[in-house]
Structure formats: structure tokens, C-alpha cells
Design a protein around this ligand. Structure first.
Ligand code: XUL
Ligand code: CO
Length: 441
């Protein structure tokens, strides 16, 4: 059901239908068919697609060389609350026209931050009521909420990891506020992305102490939310750098080690973002695999980087090969634990028509859908699974099995090696595996 406010912002665009791959309609899905079942679940259930409030309704396309280029019709009123309500109307219109079920937000995406925290909280209370009504009327849900503890200049030296306790307390107040807001809107999860939690120079930084402080904040946030009855999952969103030179949640492996060290691994999982993976010199599927191996693949921030640029370009996903490799991990690990696919992506600065945001999300959803279908075929009707199993078959019986079970010592290995002589070369067959993706696309 489409939900518009008093004004319709995306005029001339109706609900986006699924028309199949022969369709020439740029405002139709070619591959994302929400009710189509893939390995026991509908696409809608697999993906739980979400629109990111910040990129689609707040970010106006400014970059270090020039101001924003977007002229959002919901951003016109001089009254911050009216502007926020108009923005919410635009958000629900876009989400319902796309046929998505979810959105994600930072506290101050919903309404402009005021001079004081108290005034910001008042504004957020107002918006909570407004959004709760729109949620009820449309059935749209909150995939996750978060606190923006990185834009306000007060956080220039960090939020939870700030060397000044007063700033740490301020971050705590803001996180409490964002948790309250997320719970009031029945958010299914809560995200921590540590944008300023890291350092610019180690010369002035006590890294060990800052990490302890960060863990302390996460522990307090977990305890507070659980005491209020929050049942959802907390996600850490790793990113190696940008804005800081080095961020503490560098990548999935680092974040998992951190969560384990501080005893947070039962309440926290990971939100893996494509462009953060590539910034950390990993592939998207690498980060998904690391998280999935630990049972911590919670959610995905979908986007893509630019192969020639080093930074976080947050473009919408279009790379079928990359996303198919990711969907192989996704399907084989049983999908996401509580989260969904949030398009943490923005249209380009010179994409200034209101319909561009539709093309962007349609392209992203179709990319994931086509990749999911391809991965399904590779898993269910190709030699892929058998080839991988056979590659490790020497551990399924005999001494290999004993090794896996911990029944052998190093002396046993030495004896076996002497008896067996030089092992034969066994090809890794990488090219044969790679061709499967093209074969089934
Ligand atoms: C920044 C980023 C954030 C988080 C939420 O790179 O990905 O938008 O997703 O704070
Ligand atoms: Co993100």
C-alpha cells in the first residue's frame, strides 16, 4: 500500500511492479520478484530490503569541492519540525512505492539537531509519534536505528573513545536517546558504526584505554536496552578508516576479536558493508565469510566502491559477479541473523531528478535478486558443492579424520609424512569454479 503525505513528492511514479527481464520499463523490477521462493524462502524474506534515510532524504550531494546539488521538495520549510515531517512523508512514499518493508536511520536524520541535547530530544519525541503513525498506516518497519556520534564537532576526538570524559558522557546521552527512539519505533536491531572511534595519530593516543572505554560504552548500551526489554540484535559495522586514519572496528575479524575479549559476543553480531570491506583490502565475500564462520553474519549494508578510487564512494550495487559470490556465502550460511539488506548507497552528485533514487534502488534490488537466483542454481544444480567437498575429502576418513578430531600429535604427522612420501600435486581448479558464475548468470 502506497503512503503519501498531504503532498505527493514523487509525482507520476506509482508502485514499482515486477515485470520480468523482458520488460523495458525503467521503473519496474526485472529480477526482484518479492514473493518468488528461493531455497525455501521468498526473496522478500531473504533480503528484507531497507532504504537508508540519510542518503535518500538528507544527503544533498555536497562534496569537499562544492555544495549539494539536490533540491529536495521536502526540505523547504523554515520550521525544522515541518521539514522533518515533510521528509518523513517523502520517506514513506519512496519506501512504499518501491514495495520495501524497512528503513534504517540515524537519530539526527529524522530531524535537524538542535543547539542543545534537550531540544533535540524534544524534536525526536515529536517525530517518534509522527513516524509511529506512518509505520502503522503502511506496515513499514525499522530494520535498525543508530546514533550519529560522528558529525557534531563535539566528537572530533572520538565519541566513546574521546579522551575527555565529558564528551564520553555526552555520547552516552545521545546513544541512550537513539536506543529509546529505536525501541519506540519497534526497531528490530541497533547499529554501532564507530566513525570517530579510532585515531589520527598514535602519538597522542592511548589505544588500550580507548578500546576499554569503547567496550564499556557498548556494555552499558546493551545493559540499558535489555533492561528496557529490547530483544533485537546489536550490530557492529566494521570500517577500517575514513573519517579517522585508523578505526578500531577495522574489519570483521578485528571486531569479532574485540567483542570476544570484552564478553559481548552473545548480544552483538556484524553489519557488513561492501565498500568498507574493500577499503580494508578485503572482498565483500571475505567479510561475509569471516562473520558467518562465527555465526555473526547479522546484516548487510549494500553498496559498491569504485575500483579506481580509494575511498568510500557508496555507489548502488550493480556488480553481478561480486554480488553472486556474496550470495553464495549468504545462502550457504543460512542468510542473515536478524538483519536485512540496507542500501547504504547514494546517487551521484549529478543525478538530480527525483526519479533517479528509484532507478538506483531498482538496480540494487535487481542485482541482489539476480545474484541470489544465480547462486541458488550454482549450489543446487552444478558441480560446485561436490567439487568443494571432494577438495577436502582426505579429512573425511582415516588419518585425516583423526587429525580433525585431535587424535594425532606432531610426531604422528611426521611418521605419516615419511610413510606417504612426497604428496602429488592437486589442482585448485580456480578457473573452473570461476566459470560457473558466468554459466549460471
Ligand atoms: C559510514 C556508514 C554509516 C553507517 C551508519 O561509512 O556506513 O552510514 O552505516 O552510521
Ligand atoms: Co553503512
Amino acid at each position: 500500500m502506497i503512503l503519501t503525505g498531504e503532498k505527493e513528492f514523487y509525482k507520476g511514479i506509482g508502485p514499482v511492479p515486477f515485470e520480468g527481464k523482458e520488460s523495458d520499463n525503467p521503473l519496474a523490477y526485472k529480477h526482484y520478484n518479492p514473493e518468488q521462493r528461493v531455497m525455501g524462502k521468498s526473496m522478500r524474506e531473504h533480503f528484507k530490503f531497507a532504504v537508508a534515510y540519510w542518503h535518500s532524504f538528507c544527503g544533498q550531494g555536497g562534496d569537499p569541492f562544492g555544495p549539494g546539488t539536490q533540491q529536495f521538495p521536502w526540505d523547504q520549510s523554515s520550521d525544522p519540525l515541518q521539514r522533518a515531517r515533510d521528509k518523513a512523508d517523502a520517506a514513506f512514499e519512496l519506501i512504499t512505492k518501491l514495495g520495501f518493508d524497512y528503513f534504517c536511520f540515524h537519530d539526527v536524520d529524522l530531524v535537524d539537531e538542535a543547539e542543545s541535547l534537550l531540544e533535540t530530544e524534544k524534536r525526536l519525541h515529536h517525530m517518534t509519534e509522527y513516524l509511529a503513525e506512518k509505520k502503522k498506516a503502511s506496515g513499514v518497519k525499522v530494520l535498525w536505528g543508530t546514533a550519529n556520534c560522528f558529525s557534531n564537532p563535539v566528537y572530533m576526538n572520538g565519541a566513546a573513545t574521546n579522551p575527555d570524559f565529558k564528551v564520553v558522557a555526552r555520547a552516552g546521552a545521545q546513544i541512550k536517546m537513539a536506543l529509546d527512539l529505536t525501541m519506540a519505533l519497534e526497531g528490530e536491531n541497533y547499529v554501532f558504526w564507530g566513525g570517530r572511534e579510532g585515531y589520527m595519530s598514535l602519538l597522542n593516543t592511548d589505544m588500550g584505554r580507548e578500546l576499554d572505554h569503547m567496550a564499556q560504552m557498548l556494555t552499558m548500551a546493551r545493559d540499558y536496552a535489555r533492561a528496557q526489554g529490547f530483544k533485537g540484535t546489536f550490530f557492529i559495522e566494521p570500517k577500517p578508516m575514513e573519517p579517522m586514519k585508523h578505526q578500531y572496528d577495522f574489519d570483521a575479524a578485528t571486531a569479532i576479536g574485540f567483542l570476544r575479549k570484552y564478553g559481548l559476543e552473545k548480544d552483538f553480531k556484524l553489519n557488513i558493508e561492501v565498500n568498507h570491506a574493500t577499503l580494508a583490502q578485503h572482498s565483500f565475500e571475505h567479510e561475509l565469510t569471516v562473520a558467518a564462520n562465527e555465526g555473526m553474519l547479522g546484516s548487510i549494508d549494500a553498496n559498491r566502491g569504485d575500483h579506481q578510487n580509494g575511498w568510500d564512494t557508496d555507489q548502488f550495487p550493480v556488480n553481478l559477479y561480486e554480488v553472486t559470490e556474496a550470495m553464495l556465502v549468504f545462502l550457504q550460511s543460512g542468510g542473515l541473523q536478524g538483519g536485512g539488506i540496507n542500501f547504504d548507497a547514494k546517487i551521484r552528485r549529478n543525478s538530480t531528478d527525483l526519479e533517479d533514487i528509484f532507478h538506483a534502488h531498482i538496480g540494487g534490488a535487481d542485482t541482489f535478486a539476480r545474484a541470489l537466483l544465480t547462486a541458488e542454481k550454482i549450489i543446487t544444480s552444478s558441480e560446485y558443492s561436490r567439487l568443494r567437498e571432494e577438495r577436502y575429502a582426505s579429512f573425511d576418513s582415516g588419518k585425516g579424520k583423526d587429525f580433525e578430531k585431535g587424535k594425532l600429535g606432531l610426531k604422528d604427522l611426521a611418521k605419516i609424512a615419511l610413510e606417504e612420501g612426497t604428496p602429488h600435486r592437486i589442482s585448485g581448479k580456480q578457473e573452473r569454479y570461476e566459470n560457473l558464475i558466468n554459466q549460471f548468470l
